[in-house]
Design a protein around this ligand. Sequence first.
Ligand code: ASP
Length: 303
Amino acid sequence: MNRRRFPVVLLVHGGAGGVRAGGPQLRTIGRVLEEGYARLENGAAALDVVESAIRALEDSGLFNAGRGGRLQLDGHLRLDASLMEGEGLRAGAVAGIEGIRNPVSAARRVLESSPHVLLAGEGAGRFARFHRLAGMGPHSSRQKRLHQKALRAGPDWMGKYRTLFGTGTVGAAALDRSGTLSAGASTGGIGLMLPGRVGDSPLIGAGVYADNRSAAVSMTGEGESIIRAGLAREIAFRMRLGAAPRAAATVSLREMRERIGGAAGGLFLGADGAFALVHTTAFMIGGYRSGRREKISDRFLRV
Ligand code: ASP
């Protein structure tokens, strides 16, 4: 029996975009990394650590997720999240869920307690309430102000939203002692989106992927481009074929930009513990911890 102990690794992001991180965001990322890494060292499963890390970021209200999530054009908060683990390729996701405090935990319930992968809209909310997940408290007043400001800014939304908002989607990827990879993401979506719009974050293979034979990936950025390029699984597959995380991500992100435009970034973690944080945007908030290697920043490898 293989009793090899794998190096533990935790990667976290707080979104890619054009705006620098604030001190509170960086401190929150630092705290989440420290707590999650300690749990991994003590033998916790990657899936549990990824879920808890994302929950903490949702609860902070400092990111575009959970109570800090962006409102859709009709003023409703509809959230997307997903989780995947790489041993059995089990996955769960929710899209457009309303009134639930931690969408990532609703995704976890879909993974564990249903035969499905993705629940959307009203059905997702009912499922989460059935499982007694906590309801959403008051929405961040900052997001309400930003929403009003964005509405006043007029129709030039594709160009403007990055600088109007600044905080991003959240995500995490981890490798645990048993060699299992997991990844997840949670988001309020992009600025000024039509009601009902769903991004890449709840789409397994687009925004998130985890397979012990290849990689754990969590994407952030313009969901429409990430979906069309099928990025998470494409990058994981390049890694399965032997590419290093940095090379795999760089090739796919550049190809997306050249062919269809769009801006994105993500966390890329291999089954051997090698990893990279790569983005085409000016900034990506995030951090990593692996042994003595640690960094918390809003800039990683920009390509
Ligand atoms: N990828 C997310 C979406 O399109 C947004 C983000 O990462 O900021 O919904």
